[in-house]
Ligand binder design. Structure first.
Ligand code: PMP
Length: 355
């Protein structure tokens, strides 16, 4: 392997933030570092940088909207002291909400589809939340996780359904905070790449950056099987098909997605995203989740297809969550092999000797 030289001393980021003392854990949200990828990019002519959202205290970008959506509900008068916070979540929004609810003194109930990683469900329970695991079914099925969440909120007194998908306060957070943060850190950013779940991250951040820099390109990443790519390209889509990537991809278009803002949507497959998530750890030392690997696959594809347009550009990719949530999946050789995803070059155990 080629050796990567660095001018910066290790720990430069900690040094810069040394004097920060916060009143509670919520103050530690945001200001996540951006690092350059040195081995994964395929062309020396385009710089690929990663924003490490797993450095948030709860391990994901969703810490950012957790407290923001609670404060939004408080401002609207729908969340009152002692209230119950109800949300359908892939896990990370639940953790962000549970962290803010712990500080603010609210109770939580989360509905989670059964395809989500065990690690996320355990983490939600560890926060003291009630977790209802629902079957992975289409949105019109009454057992769908969002429909169950809405029903619980309707039935329970003093409760609020947060609805990260359609509550526009989600993308508003990213417009007001994540966008300006990125512009401060990387004023010469040219392209923003992020996976689409609710769309809050890409559309809020992208709208702010494009308002400041109209030449900026906003690129969404969607798993094969999700409807978003087809809805963006053709205005219609075949129904959702199963995919293993977590946190991005959807069976309908959430209100937080603004297709008019987005310059392109790139599709990624499970069989590309899982091995690349491992390469991210082995080759760059970055311990991130599967949607992070997916976003990088998408960024590299966009760069390849853009050709000349990508030359000399700085491409910023959002890495939403930590790899620790996926130990039983992407970082487990047996699970990877059972799902046909184990590329021999990335097996964890392949260099170990039998005793
Ligand atoms: N990756 C992960 C792991 C997530 O949990 C989410 C949120 N569902 C996303 C990406 C997508 O972010 P957004 O909802 O802002 O589009």
């Amino acid at each position: 392997m080629t050796q990567i030289r660095t001018k910066q001393p290790a720990g430069a980021a900690q040094e810069a933030g040394r004097q920060q003392v916060f009143d509670n854990i919520l103050g530690a949200i945001g200001n996540t570092p951006i690092v350059r990828l040195n081995r994964l990019p395929e062309s020396p002519h385009t710089e690929v940088l990663a924003k490490l959202e797993f450095m948030n205290p709860g391990g994901s970008i969703k810490d950012r909207i957790g407290w923001w959506l609670l404060e939004d509900a408080e401002r609207r008068g729908v969340l009152k002291p002692g209230g119950l916070v109800v949300e359908g979540t892939g896990g990370n929004t639940g953790i962000g909400l549970a962290m803010a609810a712990a500080v603010k003194g609210y109770r939580c109930v989360f509905t989670v589809a059964d395809k989500m990683s065990e690690g996320k469900i355990k983490a939600l329970r560890a926060f003291g939340a009630r977790v209802v695991v629902t079957p992975t079914v289409t949105p019109d099925d009454p057992r769908n996780y969002c429909r169950v969440a809405r029903r619980i909120a309707d039935e329970e007194p003093n409760s609020v359904y947060i609805d990260q998908y359609n509550n526009l306060a989600n993308r508003d957070y990213h417009y007001r905070h994540t966008g300006p943060e990125i512009l401060r850190q990387l004023p010469d950013v040219d392209v923003l790449v992020a996976g689409l779940g609710t769309g809050g991250t890409l559309c809020g951040t992208g709208r702010f950056l494009k308002d400041q820099k109209p030449s900026l390109k906003v690129i969404g990443v969607d798993p094969v099987g999700s409807v978003l790519y087809n809805m963006y390209k053709f205005g219609q889509s075949p129904p959702v098909q199963p995919f293993l990537i977590e946190g991005i991809g959807k069976d309908c278009v959430p209100a937080n997605i603004d297709f008019d803002l987005i310059d392109d949507v790139v599709q990624v497959e499970d069989k590309e995203a899982f091995p690349l998530t491992r390469r991210l750890l082995k080759e760059e030392g970055i311990y991130a989740g599967i949607s992070s690997g997916s976003a990088i696959v998408g960024a590299l594809r966009w760069i390849r297809e853009a050709g000349e347009e990508a030359v000399g550009k700085k491409v910023l990719v959002i890495l939403p969550d930590t790899g620790s949530r996926y130990m039983s999946k992407v970082y487990d050789d047996d699970w990877m092999a059972a799902n046909g995803l184990l590329d021999e070059s990335v097996g964890i155990h392949d260099e170990q000797e039998d005793e």
